[in-house]
Design a protein around this ligand. Structure first.
Ligand SMILES: N[C@@H](CCSC[C@H](N)C(=O)O)C(=O)O
Length: 458
C-alpha cells in the first residue's frame, strides 16, 4: 500500500478557523500545584523534519499534546473555558464552538485524509446534514439510485420541505448523470461502493462533468465503506468527503460520529459555521474514543478485508451471486482499483428467496444481526428490512433493490470460524443443495431476472 496523500507541510494541515489547534503543540503557560507560575513548556519540536510517513505510521503518530506531553491527548471534559480578560478572546470559550480534544482529532483526521481541514460531528447523518445546509431553495442535487437509506430519507425530507430538487440516477453511468446536470446543479452526492448493491461510481468522471456543468457545484462523496486507508475522494476530484466515524474509523461500535473533510478553506468555514450554530460538534469523550480507534484502522481493515475476500470467494464458489469489488467477476473491478487501494469488507449476496435469506440471517450465530459496518465483529443483515427500510417498498422496487439481498460486514474473527458458521446457516436455511462433493446454491426458482437487476452492471 503506497498511498499517502500528497506531501504538505505541517502548517498547511492546520485548520483555518480561529477555533484551531493553536492551543495544542505550542508553548503552554504552566502553574505548580500552589498556582505559582512555572516557565512555559517549550513547544514540542517536530521530529519529522518535513518527512511524510507511510499512512500506517501517520495513523498512530501524533504531534502536539498538552503541557505534560501526554501520549494520549486528554479528554477536556469541560463545557466552558475561563478567559483571561473581560473581552474574552481565548483560544476556546465554549465546547460547542471548540474543544481541545476535538481539535486534536480534527487535525489528525485532516492529516490522514490529505485534507486542508477536517471537522467532526455527532453522527454520519449529522455530517450529511451539515453539508446539505449549504443548499438553497431551488437548488438541484444529483445522487444515486442505490444509496444508504438514511441518506435517501434526508434527501427526501429536503425535497419535500426544503424546495430542493433531487435527481436519483444510476451513477454507475456517467451519461445518466450527465443528462441531469445543469447550471442549477448545486451538489452531487456519491457513494462508492454503493450501499448495499456494491456498485462502483467513477468519481473523477462525474466530478469533472459536474464542475463543467456548474463550476460552483460541490461534489460530496460518502467514503464510509472504504475509509481514508483505502480511498481518498478529495484526490479524485471531490470537494467534500464525509464518513460515518461510527464505522471503520472507530471500529468498535462504541460511539457515533461523523467526519467531514475539505481542501477549500472557504467551504470549511461554512461547514464550521453550521456546526457551531447548530451545536452538533462531537463531544470530547467521543472525540477521544474516535482518536483511539483511528490508530488501529490499518490492522483492523486489513484483517477484515482479507476475511471478506475469502468469504466472497467461498460464496461465489458455491454458486451465489456475490457483490464484492475484490472479486474479478465484479463488472467494475478495474474501475474500483483505479480509485481505491483495496476492496473493503462489506459484501452482499442474493439467494433468490426472501424467506431463505431470513432463515440464513437468523441461523447465523457468529454473525450478529445488526445494522452498521466497520466493527471488529461480523454483522449480517437484510438491508430492505433494516438499514434501507426507510426507503418505501415501491421505491425499492422501482430502483430494483432485491428484497432478498443479504449484506455481510466482515470482522476480524478467524475466517474459518466465520465460513463454518455461514455454511451451517446456509444449510439450515435450505439455501444450498448438498451433494457428495459439498454443496451448491439451491435453485430457488426466482433467479434474478434481467429487469429486476439494479442495472446492467450486474
Ligand atoms: N434505524 C436506523 C438504521 C441505521 S443503518 C446504519 C448504517 N449506516 C448502515 O448502512 O447499516 C435508521 O433508520 O437510520
Amino acid at each position: 500500500m503506497s498511498d499517502f496523500p500528497p506531501e504538505k507541510p505541517d502548517h498547511e494541515l492546520e485548520p483555518s478557523s480561529s477555533r484551531s489547534a493553536k492551543a495544542l503543540g505550542k508553548a503552554v503557560a504552566r502553574f505548580d500545584l500552589d498556582g505559582h507560575d512555572l516557565p512555559p513548556s517549550p513547544a514540542p519540536s517536530s521530529p519529522r523534519n518535513g518527512k511524510r510517513y507511510a499512512l500506517a505510521t501517520e495513523l498512530v503518530y501524533t504531534e502536539g499534546s498538552d503541557q505534560y506531553n501526554a501520549s494520549s491527548t486528554p479528554i477536556y471534559q469541560s463545557a466552558t473555558f475561563k478567559q483571561t480578560s473581560g473581552g474574552g478572546g481565548g483560544e476556546y470559550d465554549y465546547t460547542r464552538s471548540g474543544n481541545p480534544t476535538r481539535t486534536h482529532l480534527e487535525r489528525h483526521l485532516a492529516k490522514i485524509m490529505g485534507a486542508e481541514r477536517a471537522l467532526v460531528v455527532s453522527s454520519g447523518m449529522g455530517a450529511l446534514d451539515v453539508i446539505t445546509r449549504l443548499l438553497r431553495p431551488g437548488d438541484e442535487v444529483v445522487t444515486g439510485d442505490d444509496l444508504y437509506g438514511g441518506t435517501n430519507r434526508l434527501l427526501k425530507y429536503l425535497a419535500t420541505n426544503g424546495d430542493i430538487i433531487v435527481h436519483h440516477v444510476d451513477t454507475t453511468k456517467p451519461e445518466s448523470v450527465q443528462r441531469v446536470l445543469g447550471p442549477k446543479t448545486a451538489m452531487v452526492l456519491l457513494e462508492t461502493p454503493t450501499n448495499p448493491l456494491i456498485k462502483i461510481v467513477d468519481i473523477p468522471a462525474i466530478a469533472s462533468a459536474a464542475h463543467e456543468a456548474n463550476p460552483k457545484a460541490l461534489v460530496a462523496v460518502d467514503n464510509t465503506m472504504l475509509s481514508p486507508l483505502l480511498q481518498n475522494p478529495l484526490e479524485l476530484g471531490a470537494d467534500i468527503v464525509y464518513e460515518s466515524g461510527t464505522k471503520y474509523l472507530s471500529g468498535h461500535h462504541d460511539l457515533m460520529a461523523g467526519v467531514l473533510a475539505v481542501n477549500d478553506s472557504a467551504i470549511g468555514e461554512k461547514l464550521y459555521f453550521t456546526i457551531n450554530a447548530s451545536g452538533c460538534g462531537l463531544a470530547p469523550f467521543d472525540s477521544w474514543l474516535l482518536m483511539r480507534g483511528i490508530k488501529t484502522l490499518k490492522v483492523r481493515m486489513e484483517q477484515q478485508q482479507s476475511n471478506a475476500q475469502r468469504i466472497a470467494e467461498f460464496l461465489e464458489a458455491h454458486g451465489f451471486k456475490v457483490r464484492y469489488p475484490g472479486l474479478k467477476s465484479h463488472p467494475q473491478y478495474d474501475l474500483h482499483n483505479s480509485m481505491a487501494r483495496g476492496a473493503g469488507a462489506v459484501l452482499s449476496f442474493e439467494t433468490g428467496s426472501i424467506q431463505v435469506s431470513e432463515r440464513i440471517v437468523e441461523a447465523a450465530k457468529l454473525w450478529a444481526i445488526s445494522v452498521s459496518f466497520g466493527c471488529v465483529n461480523s454483522l449480517i443483515s437484510m438491508p430492505c428490512r433494516m438499514s434501507h427500510a426507510s426507503i418505501d417498498a415501491a421505491t425499492r422496487k422501482e430502483r430494483a433493490l432485491p428484497e432478498d439481498i443479504i449484506r455481510l460486514c466482515v470482522g476480524i474473527e478467524d475466517v474459518d470460524d466465520l465460513i463454518d458458521d455461514l455454511s451451517r446457516a446456509l444449510v439450515l436455511a435450505g439455501a444450498v443443495n448438498i451433494t457428495p462433493g459439498g454443496f451448491h446454491a439451491a435453485d430457488l426458482g426466482t433467479p434474478p431476472k434481467k429487469d429486476t437487476l439494479s442495472n446492467d452492471v450486474f
